[in-house]
Design a binder for this molecule. Structure first.
Ligand code: ATR
Length: 291
C-alpha cells in the first residue's frame, strides 16, 4: 500500500469519513492529529460518496484499502443494513463508525459515549442529584442522547420536539422513561430538570435561535448543546451568564472520536487541550457548517 507520503509499507492503514458532502468534516483533523501523536503509519481521508453509490462503496471498503471508516450524513441510517450493527447502533437506529471484525463489517454509534464522556469531563457529578432531564429534538442525535441517559440510569427524560409525533415515537422506542412534551410546554418543565440538552439545529450559524427562557432552570442545572458552530451557542451563553455549568458540542465531537480510533488502531487516544485548540482554530477559519 502507498501512503500519501509515498512510503510503501505493509503496515500502512487507511481510514476515511464517508459522507455526501464531506468537505466540512473535522474528523480528518482529529484522527490525523492522533495518528501523528501515536506514530502510526496511517492516514485518515475524506470520501465523498453519493447515496446511490454508498452500498457498493461500503461493500468494497476493504478492497479500497480501508480498515474502517466514519459514516456521516446522509448515510448514518443506510449503514445499518449493510453491516452487523452492535446493540447501540441498533437501539439508536443509526451508526457513525464501522470496523472489520474477522470477515465481517461491524457498525456502532459513538455519539452515546461521546455525549457521556464530554459531560463527565466538563461537568463532573452531573448525574448525582439528577431527578429529570429535558432533551430538545427527536432526530438521530436525540436518540443517541436518550439512549445514553437511560444507560446512566436517568429515570425521567422529558422530550420536547416541534413535531410532537416524533417525540411520541421516541417513547415507543425507548419506553416509559420518556415523557413527550409539546414544544410550547417547554417552559413548564424547566423547573423539574437538572439537565437540559439541545439536540436540534437551532442556534447553529444560519439557523434561528433557540427561543427558550432558561431562567426557570434550577440553579444546579447543567446545560449541554450538540451544536458547535458557533462554539458558544446563544443557549450556552445564557446558561453561563446565569452561572450554570455547561458542556459544548465540540467536546462531544472530540470525545465521540475516541472509540473509532481505538477500534481501528488498538490505541485509546486522549482528548487534550491541544487537540481542542487545533479544531477550534479550524472552525474559526473554516466554513460554518456542522457535520
Ligand atoms: P439529527 O438526526 O442530526 O438529529 P434531524 O433528524 O434532522 O437531525 O433532527 C433535527 C431536529 O431539530 C428535529 O428534532 C427538528 O424538529 P422536527 O422533528 O419538528 O423537524 C429540530 N428542528 C429543526 N429546525 C427546527 C426549528 N426551526 N424549530 C424547532 N425544531 C427544529
Amino acid at each position: 500500500m502507498v501512503s500519501s507520503a509515498g512510503l510503501i509499507s505493509e503496515d500502512f492503514r487507511a481510514v476515511a469519513v464517508i459522507g455526501w458532502p464531506v468537505g466540512h468534516s473535522r474528523s480528518p483533523l482529529i484522527h490525523n492529529f492522533w495518528i501523528k501523536r501515536h506514530n502510526i503509519a496511517a492516514e485518515y481521508r475524506r470520501e465523498a460518496v453519493p447515496p446511490e453509490k454508498f452500498a457498493d462503496f461500503l461493500l468494497t471498503l476493504r478492497d479500497r484499502g480501508y480498515i474502517g471508516a466514519n459514516i456521516t450524513l446522509p448515510h448514518k441510517e443506510a449503514v445499518l443494513s449493510l453491516t452487523e450493527p452492535d446493540d447501540r447502533a441498533r437501539a439508536v437506529g443509526a451508526a457513525n463508525t464501522v470496523w472489520f471484525e474477522g470477515a465481517g463489517l461491524r457498525s456502532t454509534n459513538t455519539d452515546i459515549e461521546g455525549f457521556l464522556a464530554n459531560l463527565d469531563a466538563e461537568t463532573p457529578g452531573w448525574e448525582k442529584a439528577l431527578q429529570g432531564a429535558l432533551v430538545l429534538g427527536a432526530g438521530g442525535a436525540a436518540r443517541a442522547i436518550v439512549f445514553a441517559l437511560i444507560e446512566r440510569g436517568v429515570g425521567r427524560i422529558h422530550l420536547a420536539n416541534r413535531t410532537f409525533a416524533r417525540a411520541e415515537a421516541l417513547r415507543e422506542r425507548f419506553g416509559a422513561a420518556i415523557d413527550p412534551v409539546q414544544w410550547s410546554d417547554v417552559g413548564g418543565v424547566l423547573p423539574d430538570v437538572q439537565l437540559l440538552v439541545n439536540t436540534t439545529s437551532l442556534g447553529m450559524t444560519g439557523q434561528p435561535k433557540l427561543d427558550i427562557d432558561i431562567s426557570r432552570l434550577p440553579s444546579d442545572a447543567v446545560v449541554a448543546d450538540i451544536v458547535y458552530v458557533p462554539l458558544q451557542t446563544p443557549l450556552l451563553a445564557a446558561a453561563q451568564e446565569r452561572g450554570l455549568r455547561t458542556a459544548d458540542g465540540l467536546g462531544m465531537l472530540l470525545h465521540q472520536a475516541v472509540r473509532g480510533f481505538s477500534l481501528w488502531f488498538g490505541v485509546r487516544p486522549e482528548v487534550t487541550d491541544e487537540l481542542r485548540a487545533l479544531v477550534e482554530a479550524d472552525l474559526k477559519h473554516g466554513a460554518a457548517i456542522q457535520e
